[in-house]
Design a protein around this ligand. Sequence first.
Ligand code: GLC
Ligand code: CA
Length: 547
Amino acid sequence: MTKKWWKEAVVYQIYPRSFMDSNGDGIGDLNGIISKLDYLKDLGVQVVWLCPVYQSPNDDNGYDISDYREIMNEFGTMQEWETLLSEMHRRGLKLIMDLVVNHTSDEHKWFVESQKSKDSPYRDYYIWRDGNGDAPPTEWQSYFSFDAWQYDETTKQYYLHLFSKKQPDLNWANPAVRAEVFDLMKFWLDKGIDGFRMDVINAIGKPNVFDGAYFVPDDRKTHEYLQEMNRKVLSKYPGIMTVGETPGVTPQTAALFTDERREELNMVFHFEHMGVEGDKYSLNRFRLTDLKRILSKWQTELGENAWNSLYLNNHDQPRMVSRFGNDGEYRVQSAKMLATMLHTMQGTPYIYQGEEIGMTNVPFSSLDDYRDIETLNWAKESRLQGKTDEELLLVANRKSRDNARTPMQWSNAQNAGFTAGTPWISVNPNYPEINVESDLRNPDSILNYYKKLIQLRGQYDVIVYGDFKEYFTESEQVYCYTRTLGNEKLQVFLNFTAEPVVLPLPQELIPEKANPLLSNYAGQPEVKSGQLNLRPYEALVYYCELA
Ligand code: GLC
Ligand code: CA
């Protein structure tokens, strides 16, 4: 396995709208981020992934870009962005920017031109089709509910939008589109950024024939486009990192995007574990054996030449502690337990803002509190299908993306110290208890535990590069695995339940002879005569050097 800086790094994801507001308009901004760089440095992360900060009408909070070379007015100016970058570099932090090029905003000048006539030189920048009689060209549904096609009066054709109708899909088959994208990538790389996170990048390969009940990407094309991108752009900036967002991939298809010999991407985000409850809007609690099967498979099946990214939440998912842990009595223990898992697997861990203090899902009491277009469209469509607002609220409070988008909780001051004005989305009412200031003061806080995890990663190669082996695969209570590198061995025990668990230890797992490296409980772990007693949500990590 080759050594790379981005394999050894921990990434922190910032959703700028909700991170820190510096001027009291209720919206997070670049100066707000600058004011928190010391906090990030102190946390110990090496990389920041900044969600989109480009000019945008904000139909989807910046994922609908109207100008790739300008900063969103609400977030600040290009000069402030330059300051952000240099202040980050001064502290040894790297910056990766979000590259959203499966689609643009319908207010982007390319689309405005494209819409004007069938002969526009920009027509072919997007995907236009005749209808099927009175119906859209295909039955495809958008990921944000309703049709994936929008009829346009001017030319009496439909355009494709896999997301909202204000996010028309670019036509990557057109070499002019690819040239534009490569150009704008160079624009940012030349400013000195350290890489890109690429939004839904496996959707850029559109099939030759449009049919079927839903959109199925053509990976062969995406591979071609990415290899071209590599030749023309990425390879010219050695040392940068890339991570692609790729819903639907398996370890085998992900390896095609990330195998270093193929020269496409460094790593991808897969979504298998995000589907562990089945349907996206399911209220079921996951089964531990399902979660473990998925995560362990990715540990062992991706192969020697590819690399994992590790995450349990982001700006599109509910909060990790509410979903996979316990956001009541065992919030602190379970948040630390989940963090232990993420930071002791093979791959690059991503921390989503607020995760490091155990922020939870929102207890909104009305659908009116929601802002996310995906949630709002889904509610609209579900109402048409006869669902009551009560039912919808229950689901939204568990699954909406807004669970992750409430303002960062900095302190117990008004609005959690996020803004002096009115926040664009309500603050989670638990901020007096859950906030950065109180976690900084408390040596046993979740935040301080994250710092420890990040430090350990820097000290032990086995955490980064070690091979993975799982034990007790059938257990619905405990996730247990080892990592091995040369003569170094790590043993990890994670109790996923609110009950104590007694674990009989096989010969190879003998914690008595190993040194406890980390635990989320105070005092010594309970090991006696071949068995380990794990307390509720206990996480234990042992380290030993083999003879
Ligand atoms: C990605 C982003 C998500 C966005 C969508 C459309 O999934 O993470 O926030 O809504 O793409 O750009
Ligand atoms: Ca602001």
